[in-house]
Ligand binder design. Structure first.
Ligand code: OGA
Ligand code: MN
Length: 286
């Protein structure tokens, strides 16, 4: 018997809030029902789960192999002090970079499948996370734009996207490696992605995308910005106002996401478990 849980769709083209279950206690039929809901809604929000680290990792593993187990997305150092923007801290620059719409690990040879993301400490104002539905965005494009972008590809690079916000990371440091700069291979990806599980098409864009071959740099930048501006609008948007203990799982294969600003004199501690993409369907071109 599947455990019954409640799935309340968000007021958007995607996403649902799931209550009435404890994630560590999911039996197999419930897991299967939850996985179906994930493929349909692309973002599931589980308020008040307060998962322990091993519980978060175990839940994420049900979706597949992990790219990494538990990454702190945080402005707090291990010694408890706050990282300050004025100090030019590489981690803070990455947090600021996250405010641009993006999908995770698209600049690596294999992009991410998704993420389990949880809130441990939240600031009193701001620090929400937003998602945007790239399936609904693709479907909302006019026919001429769909035809124009069908054959196009773009390079994806973290060095590119961070440089655009004025950040050139300090090479050779632990943060350089941990934050993904060492894994940046500036790979080529199509602008239209087919979801490996649902077959639905979606726009594959975001801040890491640049320099569409066949277009001038200016044309490319204009088109990519135009697509983001069009795509990331209601009813394709949801921003989550976190409470400590909340957990979400998103499908990185068809959503973009963004951080939003917060008062950095307050701590914000989030935990990111990244689910690895399929080596075939999330592989870069070539
Ligand atoms: C991430 C990310 C957004 C946030 O962890 O990949 O983009 O709100 N986080 O912290
Ligand atoms: Mn991200």
């Amino acid at each position: 018997m599947a455990q019954s849980f409640d799935v309340q769709p968000l007021d958007a083209s995607f996403g649902a809030v799931v209550t009435g279950l404890r994630l560590p206690d999911l039996d197999r039929p419930s897991w299967q029902a939850l996985h179906e809901a994930w493929l349909e809604y692309a973002l599931l929000v589980f308020p008040g789960q307060f998962l322990k680290k091993d519980e978060q990792i175990a839940f994420a593993r049900r979706f597949g192999a992990l790219e990494f187990e538990m990454g702190a997305v945080s402005n707090v150092r291990e010694d408890g002090t706050l990282r300050l923007e004025a100090e030019g801290d590489d981690v803070v620059k990455i947090l600021k970079g996250n405010e641009g719409w993006h999908a995770d690990s698209t600049f690596k040879p294999i992009a991410a499948k998704g993420a389990v993301f949880s809130a441990e400490i939240v600031p009193t104002v701001g620090g929400h996370t937003g998602w945007a539905d790239m399936r609904a965005a693709y479907e909302a494009l006019d026919e001429a734009t769909r035809e124009r972008i069908a054959p196009l590809r773009a390079y994806h690079s973290l060095h590119y996207s961070q440089k655009r916000i004025g950040h050139v990371p300090k090479a050779g440091t632990d943060d350089y490696r941990r934050l993904g700069f060492a894994g940046d291979e500036n790979v080529l990806r199509p602008l239209v992605k087919i979801h490996p599980d649902t077959g639905r098409k979606s726009l594959l864009i975001g801040r890491h995308a640049h320099d569409i071959p066949g277009l001038s740099p200016a044309e490319s930048e204009a088109l990519l910005q135009e697509l983001i501006d069009f795509a990331c609008q209601p009813p394709r948007l949801y921003h989550h106002d976190w409470r400590a203990g909340d957990v979400v799982v998103w499908d990185n294969r068809c959503l973009l996401h963004q951080a939003t600003p917060f008062d950095m004199t307050q701590p914000r501690v989030m935990w990111h478990t990244r689910i690895a993409g399929d080596p075939v369907s999330e592989a870069a071109v070539g």
